[in-house]
Design a protein around this ligand. Structure first.
Ligand code: XMP
Length: 516
Protein backbone atom coordinates (compact mmCIF):
# COMPACT_ATOMS: atom_id res chain seq x y z
CA UNK A 1 0.00 0.00 0.00
CA UNK A 2 1.63 3.23 -1.14
CA UNK A 3 1.19 6.27 1.05
CA UNK A 4 0.44 9.69 -0.17
CA UNK A 5 3.68 11.53 0.04
CA UNK A 6 5.34 14.88 -0.33
CA UNK A 7 8.51 15.41 -2.32
CA UNK A 8 11.05 17.93 -1.05
CA UNK A 9 13.55 19.18 -3.61
CA UNK A 10 16.81 20.10 -1.94
CA UNK A 11 18.59 23.26 -3.03
CA UNK A 12 21.27 22.85 -0.40
CA UNK A 13 19.78 24.51 2.67
CA UNK A 14 20.99 23.46 6.08
CA UNK A 15 17.27 23.28 6.97
CA UNK A 16 16.12 20.81 4.31
CA UNK A 17 16.06 17.87 6.70
CA UNK A 18 14.08 19.97 9.13
CA UNK A 19 11.38 20.48 6.54
CA UNK A 20 11.17 16.72 6.24
CA UNK A 21 11.00 16.35 10.02
CA UNK A 22 8.20 18.92 10.34
CA UNK A 23 6.17 17.21 7.63
CA UNK A 24 6.58 13.72 9.06
CA UNK A 25 5.65 15.00 12.49
CA UNK A 26 2.26 15.73 10.98
CA UNK A 27 1.90 12.10 9.93
CA UNK A 28 2.62 12.81 6.28
CA UNK A 29 5.27 10.72 4.58
CA UNK A 30 7.85 12.72 2.65
CA UNK A 31 11.14 12.25 0.91
CA UNK A 32 14.01 14.55 0.06
CA UNK A 33 15.47 14.46 -3.44
CA UNK A 34 18.25 16.54 -4.98
CA UNK A 35 16.92 19.42 -7.07
CA UNK A 36 18.59 17.85 -10.09
CA UNK A 37 15.98 15.06 -10.20
CA UNK A 38 14.28 14.77 -13.62
CA UNK A 39 10.66 15.68 -14.22
CA UNK A 40 10.02 12.06 -15.21
CA UNK A 41 11.22 10.99 -11.76
CA UNK A 42 9.03 13.61 -10.11
CA UNK A 43 6.00 12.35 -12.00
CA UNK A 44 6.85 8.75 -11.19
CA UNK A 45 6.98 9.55 -7.47
CA UNK A 46 3.38 10.84 -7.73
CA UNK A 47 3.70 13.25 -4.82
CA UNK A 48 0.61 14.97 -3.47
CA UNK A 49 2.71 18.08 -2.93
CA UNK A 50 6.17 19.42 -3.69
CA UNK A 51 8.31 21.62 -1.45
CA UNK A 52 11.23 23.60 -2.85
CA UNK A 53 13.76 24.06 -0.06
CA UNK A 54 15.97 27.01 0.75
CA UNK A 55 19.57 27.16 -0.37
CA UNK A 56 22.73 29.20 -0.08
CA UNK A 57 22.85 30.38 -3.71
CA UNK A 58 21.46 33.44 -5.40
CA UNK A 59 19.04 32.67 -8.25
CA UNK A 60 21.03 34.92 -10.58
CA UNK A 61 24.40 33.40 -9.86
CA UNK A 62 25.99 31.45 -12.63
CA UNK A 63 25.32 27.76 -12.13
CA UNK A 64 22.70 28.42 -9.44
CA UNK A 65 20.57 25.32 -8.89
CA UNK A 66 17.23 25.41 -10.62
CA UNK A 67 14.34 23.20 -11.75
CA UNK A 68 12.47 22.81 -14.98
CA UNK A 69 9.55 25.29 -15.17
CA UNK A 70 7.53 22.24 -16.17
CA UNK A 71 7.36 21.48 -12.45
CA UNK A 72 4.70 24.17 -12.08
CA UNK A 73 2.56 22.60 -14.79
CA UNK A 74 2.24 19.14 -13.30
CA UNK A 75 -0.92 20.11 -11.44
CA UNK A 76 0.80 19.27 -8.13
CA UNK A 77 0.70 21.92 -5.37
CA UNK A 78 4.08 23.58 -4.77
CA UNK A 79 5.43 25.31 -1.68
CA UNK A 80 8.58 27.39 -2.17
CA UNK A 81 10.61 28.24 0.93
CA UNK A 82 13.23 31.03 0.88
CA UNK A 83 15.45 30.19 -2.14
CA UNK A 84 12.59 27.98 -3.34
CA UNK A 85 10.29 31.03 -3.23
CA UNK A 86 12.78 33.23 -5.08
CA UNK A 87 13.36 30.59 -7.72
CA UNK A 88 9.62 30.17 -8.24
CA UNK A 89 9.25 33.94 -8.66
CA UNK A 90 12.09 34.08 -11.16
CA UNK A 91 11.00 31.07 -13.22
CA UNK A 92 7.42 32.30 -13.48
CA UNK A 93 8.26 35.84 -14.61
CA UNK A 94 8.73 37.82 -11.39
CA UNK A 95 11.85 39.72 -10.34
CA UNK A 96 14.35 38.92 -7.63
CA UNK A 97 16.76 41.54 -6.38
CA UNK A 98 19.86 41.35 -4.33
CA UNK A 99 19.05 43.12 -1.07
CA UNK A 100 21.25 45.93 0.25
CA UNK A 101 21.78 43.96 3.39
CA UNK A 102 21.12 40.40 4.45
CA UNK A 103 18.15 39.82 6.67
CA UNK A 104 18.88 37.25 9.32
CA UNK A 105 16.88 36.49 12.43
CA UNK A 106 13.41 37.07 13.82
CA UNK A 107 10.95 39.24 11.94
CA UNK A 108 7.27 40.10 12.15
CA UNK A 109 5.15 39.46 9.08
CA UNK A 110 1.66 40.88 8.58
CA UNK A 111 -0.88 38.73 6.83
CA UNK A 112 -2.55 40.50 3.88
CA UNK A 113 -4.76 37.68 2.60
CA UNK A 114 -5.90 35.54 5.51
CA UNK A 115 -8.07 32.43 5.62
CA UNK A 116 -6.53 30.82 2.57
CA UNK A 117 -3.50 28.87 1.43
CA UNK A 118 -0.72 28.63 4.01
CA UNK A 119 -2.50 31.36 5.97
CA UNK A 120 -5.75 29.42 6.15
CA UNK A 121 -5.63 29.61 9.95
CA UNK A 122 -4.61 33.26 10.15
CA UNK A 123 -6.70 36.39 9.71
CA UNK A 124 -5.95 39.47 7.63
CA UNK A 125 -3.82 41.90 9.61
CA UNK A 126 -2.56 39.24 12.00
CA UNK A 127 1.15 39.42 12.80
CA UNK A 128 3.30 36.30 12.94
CA UNK A 129 6.83 35.91 14.25
CA UNK A 130 9.01 34.22 11.66
CA UNK A 131 12.67 33.39 11.03
CA UNK A 132 14.31 35.05 8.06
CA UNK A 133 17.66 34.17 6.54
CA UNK A 134 18.21 35.61 3.09
CA UNK A 135 20.24 38.01 1.01
CA UNK A 136 18.07 38.36 -2.09
CA UNK A 137 14.39 39.11 -2.04
CA UNK A 138 11.50 39.10 -4.44
CA UNK A 139 10.91 42.52 -5.92
CA UNK A 140 8.05 41.94 -8.34
CA UNK A 141 5.55 39.11 -8.30
CA UNK A 142 5.03 36.89 -11.34
CA UNK A 143 1.82 37.54 -13.29
CA UNK A 144 -1.25 36.11 -11.59
CA UNK A 145 0.29 36.03 -8.10
CA UNK A 146 -1.30 37.44 -4.96
CA UNK A 147 0.69 39.26 -2.28
CA UNK A 148 -0.04 37.29 0.95
CA UNK A 149 2.21 38.75 3.64
CA UNK A 150 4.77 41.49 4.20
CA UNK A 151 7.40 42.47 6.71
CA UNK A 152 9.26 45.73 7.17
CA UNK A 153 12.46 44.52 5.55
CA UNK A 154 10.90 42.14 3.09
CA UNK A 155 7.71 43.39 1.45
CA UNK A 156 7.11 40.14 -0.46
CA UNK A 157 7.32 37.88 2.58
CA UNK A 158 4.70 35.50 1.14
CA UNK A 159 2.87 35.24 -2.17
CA UNK A 160 0.83 32.69 -4.05
CA UNK A 161 -1.05 31.72 -7.14
CA UNK A 162 -4.05 29.92 -5.64
CA UNK A 163 -5.39 28.93 -9.07
CA UNK A 164 -2.24 26.88 -9.75
CA UNK A 165 -1.79 26.01 -6.06
CA UNK A 166 1.67 27.57 -5.87
CA UNK A 167 2.60 29.04 -2.47
CA UNK A 168 5.78 30.84 -1.53
CA UNK A 169 7.19 32.03 1.78
CA UNK A 170 10.42 33.95 2.15
CA UNK A 171 10.79 32.88 5.78
CA UNK A 172 11.71 29.50 7.21
CA UNK A 173 8.48 27.90 8.40
CA UNK A 174 10.39 24.74 9.37
CA UNK A 175 12.50 26.16 12.21
CA UNK A 176 11.36 26.49 15.82
CA UNK A 177 11.96 30.23 15.68
CA UNK A 178 8.85 30.43 13.52
CA UNK A 179 6.43 29.44 16.29
CA UNK A 180 3.45 28.90 13.99
CA UNK A 181 5.58 27.33 11.26
CA UNK A 182 4.22 23.80 11.70
CA UNK A 183 0.68 25.17 11.48
CA UNK A 184 1.50 27.00 8.22
CA UNK A 185 3.08 23.85 6.78
CA UNK A 186 0.02 21.92 7.93
CA UNK A 187 -2.18 24.38 6.06
CA UNK A 188 -0.25 23.54 2.91
CA UNK A 189 -0.32 19.78 3.55
CA UNK A 190 -3.93 19.38 4.61
CA UNK A 191 -5.65 22.46 3.19
CA UNK A 192 -3.88 22.82 -0.15
CA UNK A 193 -2.64 19.30 -0.95
CA UNK A 194 -5.60 17.56 0.69
CA UNK A 195 -3.37 15.05 2.46
CA UNK A 196 -4.90 12.81 5.10
CA UNK A 197 -2.01 12.51 7.56
CA UNK A 198 -2.13 8.74 7.53
CA UNK A 199 1.51 7.87 8.11
CA UNK A 200 2.22 6.19 11.42
CA UNK A 201 4.85 3.89 12.89
CA UNK A 202 2.35 1.05 13.16
CA UNK A 203 1.61 1.26 9.45
CA UNK A 204 5.31 1.60 8.74
CA UNK A 205 5.99 -1.71 10.49
CA UNK A 206 3.48 -3.54 8.32
CA UNK A 207 4.91 -2.11 5.12
CA UNK A 208 8.54 -2.53 6.10
CA UNK A 209 7.96 -6.16 7.07
CA UNK A 210 6.28 -6.79 3.72
CA UNK A 211 9.16 -5.12 1.88
CA UNK A 212 11.79 -7.21 3.65
CA UNK A 213 9.84 -10.38 2.85
CA UNK A 214 9.56 -9.39 -0.78
CA UNK A 215 13.26 -8.58 -1.06
CA UNK A 216 14.54 -11.67 0.73
CA UNK A 217 12.07 -14.10 -0.80
CA UNK A 218 10.69 -17.32 0.64
CA UNK A 219 14.02 -18.92 1.47
CA UNK A 220 16.65 -16.17 1.61
CA UNK A 221 18.86 -15.82 4.67
CA UNK A 222 20.06 -12.55 6.16
CA UNK A 223 23.13 -11.85 8.29
CA UNK A 224 23.14 -8.87 10.57
CA UNK A 225 26.02 -7.40 12.50
CA UNK A 226 24.51 -6.52 15.83
CA UNK A 227 26.41 -3.87 17.76
CA UNK A 228 23.93 -3.35 20.56
CA UNK A 229 23.33 0.19 19.29
CA UNK A 230 19.88 1.51 18.52
CA UNK A 231 20.08 1.32 14.73
CA UNK A 232 21.34 -2.22 14.28
CA UNK A 233 19.06 -3.43 17.09
CA UNK A 234 15.94 -1.96 15.55
CA UNK A 235 16.92 -3.22 12.09
CA UNK A 236 17.44 -6.71 13.53
CA UNK A 237 14.13 -6.68 15.40
CA UNK A 238 12.28 -5.60 12.27
CA UNK A 239 13.91 -8.19 10.02
CA UNK A 240 13.33 -10.85 12.65
CA UNK A 241 9.65 -10.00 12.62
CA UNK A 242 9.67 -10.39 8.83
CA UNK A 243 11.65 -13.62 8.39
CA UNK A 244 12.09 -15.13 11.85
CA UNK A 245 14.94 -17.62 12.10
CA UNK A 246 16.17 -16.95 8.60
CA UNK A 247 17.93 -14.01 10.25
CA UNK A 248 21.26 -14.68 11.96
CA UNK A 249 22.77 -11.94 14.07
CA UNK A 250 26.46 -11.76 14.76
CA UNK A 251 27.68 -9.95 17.84
CA UNK A 252 31.44 -9.56 18.03
CA UNK A 253 32.83 -9.23 21.52
CA UNK A 254 36.08 -7.49 20.65
CA UNK A 255 37.08 -6.82 24.24
CA UNK A 256 36.42 -3.11 23.71
CA UNK A 257 32.85 -3.14 24.96
CA UNK A 258 31.27 -1.55 27.99
CA UNK A 259 30.77 -3.60 31.12
CA UNK A 260 27.92 -6.09 30.80
CA UNK A 261 27.32 -5.25 27.14
CA UNK A 262 27.58 -8.78 25.85
CA UNK A 263 25.12 -10.18 28.40
CA UNK A 264 22.76 -7.31 27.85
CA UNK A 265 22.56 -7.84 24.09
CA UNK A 266 22.22 -11.60 24.53
CA UNK A 267 19.42 -11.09 27.06
CA UNK A 268 17.42 -8.85 24.74
CA UNK A 269 17.93 -10.73 21.50
CA UNK A 270 18.38 -14.33 22.48
CA UNK A 271 16.22 -14.63 25.57
CA UNK A 272 13.55 -12.12 24.74
CA UNK A 273 13.27 -12.21 20.95
CA UNK A 274 14.67 -15.72 20.38
CA UNK A 275 16.85 -14.46 17.58
CA UNK A 276 19.51 -16.80 16.19
CA UNK A 277 22.35 -14.85 17.79
CA UNK A 278 26.00 -15.78 17.56
CA UNK A 279 28.19 -14.16 20.15
CA UNK A 280 31.78 -14.30 18.97
CA UNK A 281 34.47 -14.13 21.57
CA UNK A 282 37.22 -12.22 19.79
CA UNK A 283 38.78 -10.31 22.67
CA UNK A 284 42.11 -12.12 22.43
CA UNK A 285 42.34 -11.54 18.74
CA UNK A 286 41.59 -7.82 18.88
CA UNK A 287 43.77 -7.08 21.86
CA UNK A 288 46.76 -8.87 20.42
CA UNK A 289 46.35 -7.05 17.10
CA UNK A 290 46.23 -3.79 19.05
CA UNK A 291 49.13 -4.52 21.33
CA UNK A 292 51.54 -1.62 21.58
CA UNK A 293 49.48 0.56 19.22
CA UNK A 294 48.85 4.10 20.46
CA UNK A 295 48.21 6.02 17.24
CA UNK A 296 44.45 6.74 16.99
CA UNK A 297 44.13 6.18 13.26
CA UNK A 298 46.10 2.94 13.42
CA UNK A 299 43.86 1.70 16.21
CA UNK A 300 40.80 2.47 14.13
CA UNK A 301 42.20 0.80 11.01
CA UNK A 302 43.21 -2.37 12.88
CA UNK A 303 39.81 -2.65 14.54
CA UNK A 304 38.02 -2.09 11.24
CA UNK A 305 40.00 -4.76 9.42
CA UNK A 306 39.79 -7.25 12.27
CA UNK A 307 36.05 -6.70 12.57
CA UNK A 308 35.48 -7.42 8.92
CA UNK A 309 37.67 -10.52 9.11
CA UNK A 310 35.78 -11.95 12.07
CA UNK A 311 32.45 -11.05 10.60
CA UNK A 312 33.31 -12.53 7.22
CA UNK A 313 34.47 -15.81 8.74
CA UNK A 314 31.21 -16.12 10.60
CA UNK A 315 29.02 -15.01 7.74
CA UNK A 316 30.60 -17.58 5.40
CA UNK A 317 29.57 -20.33 7.72
CA UNK A 318 25.92 -19.38 7.48
CA UNK A 319 24.50 -21.53 4.73
CA UNK A 320 23.03 -19.63 1.86
CA UNK A 321 23.30 -16.13 3.35
CA UNK A 322 22.84 -13.75 0.47
CA UNK A 323 21.82 -10.62 2.34
CA UNK A 324 23.50 -8.31 4.81
CA UNK A 325 21.34 -6.15 7.06
CA UNK A 326 22.43 -2.64 7.93
CA UNK A 327 20.88 0.04 10.08
CA UNK A 328 21.44 2.85 7.57
CA UNK A 329 19.26 5.86 8.42
CA UNK A 330 17.70 8.51 6.26
CA UNK A 331 20.15 11.29 7.13
CA UNK A 332 22.98 9.07 5.79
CA UNK A 333 21.03 8.54 2.61
CA UNK A 334 20.25 12.23 2.15
CA UNK A 335 23.81 13.19 2.97
CA UNK A 336 25.11 11.02 0.17
CA UNK A 337 22.76 12.47 -2.45
CA UNK A 338 22.92 16.10 -1.36
CA UNK A 339 24.65 18.89 -3.18
CA UNK A 340 27.54 18.94 -0.79
CA UNK A 341 30.93 17.79 -1.94
CA UNK A 342 32.80 15.10 -0.07
CA UNK A 343 33.89 16.37 3.31
CA UNK A 344 37.37 15.90 4.67
CA UNK A 345 38.05 12.69 6.57
CA UNK A 346 38.61 13.69 10.18
CA UNK A 347 38.44 10.16 11.56
CA UNK A 348 37.94 6.91 9.72
CA UNK A 349 34.61 5.60 10.95
CA UNK A 350 34.01 1.99 10.39
CA UNK A 351 31.09 -0.30 9.88
CA UNK A 352 30.92 -3.41 7.75
CA UNK A 353 31.46 -1.37 4.58
CA UNK A 354 33.39 -3.29 1.96
CA UNK A 355 31.89 -6.61 2.98
CA UNK A 356 28.88 -6.65 0.68
CA UNK A 357 31.03 -6.56 -2.47
CA UNK A 358 33.63 -8.93 -1.12
CA UNK A 359 31.03 -11.52 -0.25
CA UNK A 360 28.51 -10.71 -2.96
CA UNK A 361 25.87 -9.87 -0.39
CA UNK A 362 22.87 -7.70 -1.16
CA UNK A 363 22.05 -5.04 1.41
CA UNK A 364 18.83 -5.03 3.39
CA UNK A 365 18.35 -1.56 4.88
CA UNK A 366 14.88 -1.35 6.37
CA UNK A 367 15.52 1.96 8.17
CA UNK A 368 16.66 3.89 5.11
CA UNK A 369 13.59 6.10 5.19
CA UNK A 370 13.67 7.01 8.88
CA UNK A 371 15.12 9.68 11.10
CA UNK A 372 16.72 8.74 14.40
CA UNK A 373 13.74 9.60 16.58
CA UNK A 374 11.48 7.64 14.23
CA UNK A 375 13.80 4.66 14.59
CA UNK A 376 13.34 4.90 18.34
CA UNK A 377 9.56 4.96 17.97
CA UNK A 378 9.81 2.00 15.65
CA UNK A 379 11.94 0.12 18.18
CA UNK A 380 9.25 0.58 20.82
CA UNK A 381 6.59 -0.47 18.34
CA UNK A 382 8.56 -3.68 17.75
CA UNK A 383 8.76 -4.39 21.47
CA UNK A 384 12.37 -3.45 22.17
CA UNK A 385 12.83 -2.25 25.75
CA UNK A 386 12.85 1.50 26.24
CA UNK A 387 16.22 1.15 27.88
CA UNK A 388 17.70 -0.11 24.63
CA UNK A 389 15.84 2.20 22.30
CA UNK A 390 17.09 5.26 24.17
CA UNK A 391 20.72 4.25 24.40
CA UNK A 392 23.27 6.90 23.70
CA UNK A 393 25.42 6.29 20.61
CA UNK A 394 28.55 4.23 21.11
CA UNK A 395 31.38 4.29 18.57
CA UNK A 396 32.21 1.22 16.48
CA UNK A 397 35.84 1.06 17.74
CA UNK A 398 34.41 1.07 21.25
CA UNK A 399 36.49 1.85 24.29
CA UNK A 400 39.66 1.77 22.15
CA UNK A 401 39.10 5.41 21.22
CA UNK A 402 38.42 6.31 24.85
CA UNK A 403 41.43 4.53 26.30
CA UNK A 404 44.28 6.76 25.24
CA UNK A 405 47.72 5.29 24.99
CA UNK A 406 48.40 1.55 25.01
CA UNK A 407 45.46 -0.84 25.12
CA UNK A 408 45.40 -3.82 27.40
CA UNK A 409 42.77 -5.64 29.42
CA UNK A 410 43.81 -4.04 32.71
CA UNK A 411 43.41 -0.47 31.48
CA UNK A 412 40.21 -1.35 29.64
CA UNK A 413 38.80 -2.83 32.86
CA UNK A 414 39.65 0.37 34.71
CA UNK A 415 37.82 2.38 32.05
CA UNK A 416 34.85 -0.03 32.11
CA UNK A 417 34.54 0.47 35.85
CA UNK A 418 34.56 4.24 35.55
CA UNK A 419 32.22 4.20 32.56
CA UNK A 420 29.65 2.14 34.47
CA UNK A 421 29.68 4.66 37.33
CA UNK A 422 29.24 7.60 34.96
CA UNK A 423 26.28 5.91 33.31
CA UNK A 424 24.68 5.06 36.66
CA UNK A 425 25.06 8.59 38.00
CA UNK A 426 23.84 10.25 34.80
CA UNK A 427 20.84 7.92 34.77
CA UNK A 428 19.99 8.42 38.41
CA UNK A 429 20.15 12.19 37.93
CA UNK A 430 17.51 11.72 35.22
CA UNK A 431 19.83 13.17 32.57
CA UNK A 432 20.64 10.14 30.44
CA UNK A 433 18.07 10.58 27.68
CA UNK A 434 18.55 14.31 27.32
CA UNK A 435 22.28 13.98 26.75
CA UNK A 436 23.66 12.88 23.40
CA UNK A 437 26.62 11.09 24.93
CA UNK A 438 28.21 10.90 28.37
CA UNK A 439 31.27 8.77 29.03
CA UNK A 440 34.75 8.57 30.47
CA UNK A 441 38.14 8.74 28.78
CA UNK A 442 41.14 7.12 30.44
CA UNK A 443 44.26 9.22 30.06
CA UNK A 444 47.77 7.78 30.11
CA UNK A 445 48.81 10.51 32.50
CA UNK A 446 49.76 9.76 36.08
CA UNK A 447 49.57 12.23 38.90
CA UNK A 448 50.23 12.15 42.59
CA UNK A 449 47.43 11.88 45.10
CA UNK A 450 46.83 10.85 48.66
CA UNK A 451 44.30 8.31 49.88
CA UNK A 452 44.09 7.53 53.54
CA UNK A 453 47.66 8.04 54.59
CA UNK A 454 49.14 6.63 51.45
CA UNK A 455 50.55 8.30 48.41
CA UNK A 456 48.92 7.31 45.10
CA UNK A 457 50.36 7.66 41.63
CA UNK A 458 47.68 6.69 39.14
CA UNK A 459 46.03 7.63 35.86
CA UNK A 460 43.44 10.35 35.25
CA UNK A 461 39.90 10.05 33.93
CA UNK A 462 38.30 12.74 31.78
CA UNK A 463 34.50 12.86 31.98
CA UNK A 464 32.83 13.99 28.77
CA UNK A 465 29.17 14.84 28.24
CA UNK A 466 27.82 16.56 25.12
CA UNK A 467 24.57 17.76 23.68
CA UNK A 468 24.22 17.25 19.96
CA UNK A 469 21.56 16.81 17.32
CA UNK A 470 23.44 14.53 14.96
CA UNK A 471 27.02 14.20 16.22
CA UNK A 472 28.26 16.68 13.62
CA UNK A 473 28.52 19.52 16.10
CA UNK A 474 28.26 19.36 19.87
CA UNK A 475 28.22 21.48 23.00
CA UNK A 476 29.61 20.33 26.31
CA UNK A 477 26.90 19.81 28.89
CA UNK A 478 26.76 22.01 31.98
CA UNK A 479 26.39 19.03 34.30
CA UNK A 480 25.26 19.97 37.79
CA UNK A 481 28.18 20.19 40.22
CA UNK A 482 26.66 17.62 42.54
CA UNK A 483 26.48 15.07 39.72
CA UNK A 484 30.09 15.77 38.78
CA UNK A 485 31.01 15.53 42.45
CA UNK A 486 29.34 12.13 42.87
CA UNK A 487 30.98 10.78 39.71
CA UNK A 488 34.37 11.99 40.87
CA UNK A 489 34.25 10.60 44.38
CA UNK A 490 32.73 7.29 43.32
CA UNK A 491 35.29 6.76 40.54
CA UNK A 492 38.20 7.53 42.82
CA UNK A 493 36.83 5.40 45.66
CA UNK A 494 35.61 2.47 43.63
CA UNK A 495 37.96 2.17 40.66
CA UNK A 496 41.51 1.09 41.39
CA UNK A 497 43.84 2.78 38.92
CA UNK A 498 42.28 6.26 38.77
CA UNK A 499 43.11 8.93 41.34
CA UNK A 500 42.06 12.09 39.51
CA UNK A 501 38.92 13.09 37.58
CA UNK A 502 38.63 16.09 35.26
CA UNK A 503 35.73 17.42 33.19
CA UNK A 504 36.11 18.09 29.48
CA UNK A 505 34.66 21.49 28.52
CA UNK A 506 35.44 21.42 24.80
CA UNK A 507 32.72 21.76 22.20
CA UNK A 508 32.80 20.36 18.66
CA UNK A 509 34.26 22.09 16.78
CA UNK A 510 37.05 22.62 17.73
CA UNK A 511 37.12 19.30 19.61
CA UNK A 512 35.60 16.06 18.42
CA UNK A 513 33.26 14.08 20.64
CA UNK A 514 35.52 11.08 21.08
CA UNK A 515 39.09 11.82 22.08
CA UNK A 516 40.60 9.70 19.31
P1 XMP B 1 33.50 12.44 16.68
O1 XMP B 1 34.43 11.87 17.69
O2 XMP B 1 34.00 12.31 15.26
O3 XMP B 1 32.20 11.54 16.76
O4 XMP B 1 33.09 13.84 17.00
C1 XMP B 1 30.96 11.87 16.20
C2 XMP B 1 29.98 10.78 16.55
O5 XMP B 1 30.34 9.55 15.90
C3 XMP B 1 30.62 8.54 16.85
N1 XMP B 1 31.78 7.81 16.33
C4 XMP B 1 31.70 6.65 15.66
N2 XMP B 1 30.64 5.87 15.35
N3 XMP B 1 32.06 4.33 14.28
C5 XMP B 1 30.84 4.71 14.68
O6 XMP B 1 29.89 3.98 14.43
C6 XMP B 1 33.16 5.06 14.53
O7 XMP B 1 34.27 4.70 14.15
C7 XMP B 1 32.97 6.27 15.27
N4 XMP B 1 33.81 7.23 15.71
C8 XMP B 1 33.05 8.17 16.36
C9 XMP B 1 30.90 9.27 18.14
O8 XMP B 1 30.63 8.43 19.26
C10 XMP B 1 29.97 10.44 18.03
O9 XMP B 1 28.62 10.08 18.35
Amino acid sequence: MAHQSVLILDFGSQYTQLIARRIREQAVYCEVAPCTISMAQVRAARPAGIVLSGGPSSVYEEGAPTVSPELFELGIPVLGVCYGAQLTAKLLGGAVRSADKREYGRAQVRVRTGKQGVFRTAAVGEELTVWMSHGDHVDALPPGFVHDAESDNCPMAAFSDPARKIYCVQFHAEVVHTPRGAELLGNFLFGVCGLAGDWSMASFVEEAVAKVRAQVGETGRVVCGLSGGVDSSVAAALIHRAIGDRLTCIFVDNGLLRRGERDYVAAVFRDHFHVDLRVIDAEERFLSALEGVTDPERKRKIIGVEFINVFEEQARSIDGAKFLAQGTLYPDVIESVSLKGPSAVIKSHHNVGGLPERMALALVEPLRELFKDEVRQLGLELGLPRHMVWRQPFPGPGLAVRCLGPLNRERLDVLRGADAIIEEEIRSAGLYESIWQSFGVLLPVRSVGVMGDARTYEEALAVRAVHSRDGMTADWVQLPYDVLGRISSRVINEVRGINRVVYDITSKPPGTIEWE
